[in-house]
Design a protein around this ligand. Sequence first.
Ligand SMILES: C[S@@+](CC[C@H](N)C(=O)[O-])C[C@H]1O[C@@H](n2cnc3c(N)ncnc32)[C@H](O)[C@@H]1O
Length: 215
Amino acid sequence: MNKYEKFFAANKASWNKRTVIHKDSAFYDLDSFKKGKSSLNKIELEALGNVQGKRLLHLQCHFGMDTLSWAREGAIVTGVDLSDKAIKLAREINADLQLKAEFICSNVYDLADGNNYAIANLNKTSFDIVFTSYGTIGWLPDLDKWAEIISLYLKPGGTFYIVDFHPALWMMDNDFKFIKYDYFNTAVIEEETVGTYTDREAPIKSIEYGWNHPC
Ligand SMILES: C[S@@+](CC[C@H](N)C(=O)[O-])C[C@H]1O[C@@H](n2cnc3c(N)ncnc32)[C@H](O)[C@@H]1O
């Protein structure tokens, strides 16, 4: 994945900036979460059902609220994300809440076979569930490689669960006002973003790179 390194580095820097804003946002409402409110939606809760005692790998976990919500549901969870600021915050929340989640700062693609991930608990074919949600594949250039990684970590017969927005959404410009990009993955999308989805006025600016994946 070397040819994408420049894009991943820019995205990491951007998600680091977003994390600082997100942690205090009404959108994420971390205070209520810390008091016990789940960040999970009915759709994923009903789809996965009883996760008690199941090992769950959460890809692109951001700062871990969903991962930790699954832990509160009884799953044994590991969250992975590219942003070191997000993972640092996830670990702090985990410690604060005395939960037992593990968080790994990594590009999803660095979990590929052969990269020799010497991380306890991230054993191959050891997860009952691989989970990813809301704002995921648009950051990933190669879905075949991504799918290989998912199957590498799932137990035989395990469940892969994704819940996300329809890819038509990502044809829109950053303010979601007009159609700007191709529906198909014809080229990397470079976008200058100002603010973030939790606060359009936030004093951050980034260049981000994404890929559209049609249904
Ligand atoms: C929109 S968020 C995921 C949403 C999550 N459900 C939430 O709201 O908390 C996207 C996440 O993907 C992560 N990400 C982007 N590219 C990645 C990559 N190549 N590998 C791992 N994580 C990545 C970002 O750092 C960010 O935390």
